[in-house]
Design a protein around this ligand. Structure first.
Ligand code: MF3
Ligand code: CO
Ligand code: CO
Length: 271
C-alpha cells in the first residue's frame, strides 16, 4: 500500500512515499515547466538537416543559464549533457554528439529545467525536413497517446487507468509500448515516486490525489516493444531497429482534474 506525505515536511530524498504538493509548488512547477516548454518551442526553429545533436544541447544549456535555470540531467548519475537527443530507432537517453541530423530523421529532445528548485520535465519529437508517412503517423499516435494518458489524470482514477488508456490506444494502432522506462513523480526531486507505467489495467497502481505531480512520457515503437541499452550505458534502442517516438509532459493533480505544467500550442495532436 502506498503512503502519502506532505511535500512541505518530506525529507529531501526519495522515501518511497508519494509527495502531495501545495499551491506554492504548483506555481513553481508552472514556471519551471513553462520555461522547459519555451526551450522546446525555440528548438523548432533550430532543428534542421545538418544540425548536430551537440548543437541542440549547446542551445539548451545556453537557454537554461540565460533564464536562471539549470538542466537537471547535467551530472545526473554520471550523465554529462543538458538534454537527451534520441534519433529514429533510439528510444530514449540518446547522448548529444557531433553526429548531424539528416533529412527524414525524427528526433526526440528531452529537457528538464530546474527553476527555483522545481523540475519541469518535457520532451517532444521533431521532424527533420520531410519525413516518411510511417514516421509521421508514429509521431501522431505517440502524441495522442500522451494526450489520452493526461485525460485520465483526476482524483479517484489510478496510475493504471493512465497506462491502460495509452496501451489500448497504441496497440489498437498496431504500434507497441516500451515497458522498460516509465514516467515518474517529479517536483523538488527529478525522479520520485510513483512510477507511471504506460501500460496496465484500469484500477491498478496508485490512486491519484490532489497535489501529486508526475510525468507521463510514453515511448511507442512501430515494431516490437523490446529495447536494449548500448555499451555507452545510456542509449536505449529498439532491438528490431524499428522507429521509436516519445512525448512527455509534467502534470499535477488538481481537485477537479489536472494541470499540465509543460503545455505548448506546438505540442497538440490533430487526432
Ligand atoms: N528527462 C528524462 C526523463 O524524462 C531523464 C533523463 S536522465 C538522463 O525522465 F540522465 F538520461 F539524462
Ligand atoms: Co524527460
Ligand atoms: Co521524465
Amino acid at each position: 500500500m502506498v503512503e502519502f506525505i506532505d511535500a512541505d515536511v518530506a525529507p529531501a530524498r526519495n522515501t518511497g512515499q508519494v509527495r502531495l504538493y501545495g499551491a506554492d509548488a504548483f506555481s513553481g512547477m508552472h514556471a519551471a515547466g513553462g520555461l522547459t516548454a519555451r526551450c522546446l518551442d525555440a528548438l523548432e526553429e533550430i532543428i534542421a538537416p545538418g544540425v548536430t545533436t551537440q548543437a541542440i544541447d549547446d542551445f539548451v544549456l545556453d537557454f537554461a543559464t540565460s533564464h536562471g535555470a539549470i538542466p537537471a540531467t547535467l551530472y545526473y548519475r554520471g550523465y554529462r549533457k543538458a538534454s537527451c537527443t534520441s534519433i529514429n530507432h533510439v528510444v530514449c537517453h540518446g547522448i548529444p554528439s557531433n553526429k548531424a541530423l539528416k533529412e527524414g530523421d525524427v528526433v526526440n529532445v528531452d529537457v528538464t529545467l530546474i527553476l527555483d528548485g522545481w523540475h519541469g520535465d518535457s520532451s517532444r519529437m521533431y521532424r527533420v525536413g520531410d519525413v516518411r508517412r510511417a514516421a509521421d503517423r508514429l509521431l501522431q499516435v505517440t502524441l495522442h497517446a500522451l494526450e489520452l494518458g493526461v485525460a485520465q489524470v483526476r482524483p479517484g482514477n489510478t496510475t493504471g487507468d493512465i497506462g491502460y488508456a495509452i496501451q489500448t490506444y497504441v496497440e489498437g494502432e498496431r504500434c507497441s509500448v516500451v515497458r522498460e522506462f516509465c514516467g515518474h513523480g517529479v517536483g523538488r526531486l527529478f525522479h520520485d515516486m510513483p512510477n507511471i507505467l504506460h501500460y496496465g489495467r484500469p484500477g491498478d497502481g496508485v490512486r491519484l490525489q490532489p497535489g501529486m505531480i508526475f510525468t507521463i512520457e510514453p515511448m511507442v515503437n512501430l515494431g516490437r516493444p523490446h529495447v536494449k541499452v548500448l555499451s555507452d550505458g545510456w542509449t536505449a534502442v529498439t532491438r528490431d531497429r524499428s522507429l521509436s517516438a516519445q512525448y512527455e509532459h509534467t502534470v499535477g493533480v488538481t481537485p477537479d482534474g489536472c494541470e499540465v505544467f509543460t503545455p505548448s500550442p506546438r505540442m497538440v495532436s490533430n487526432l
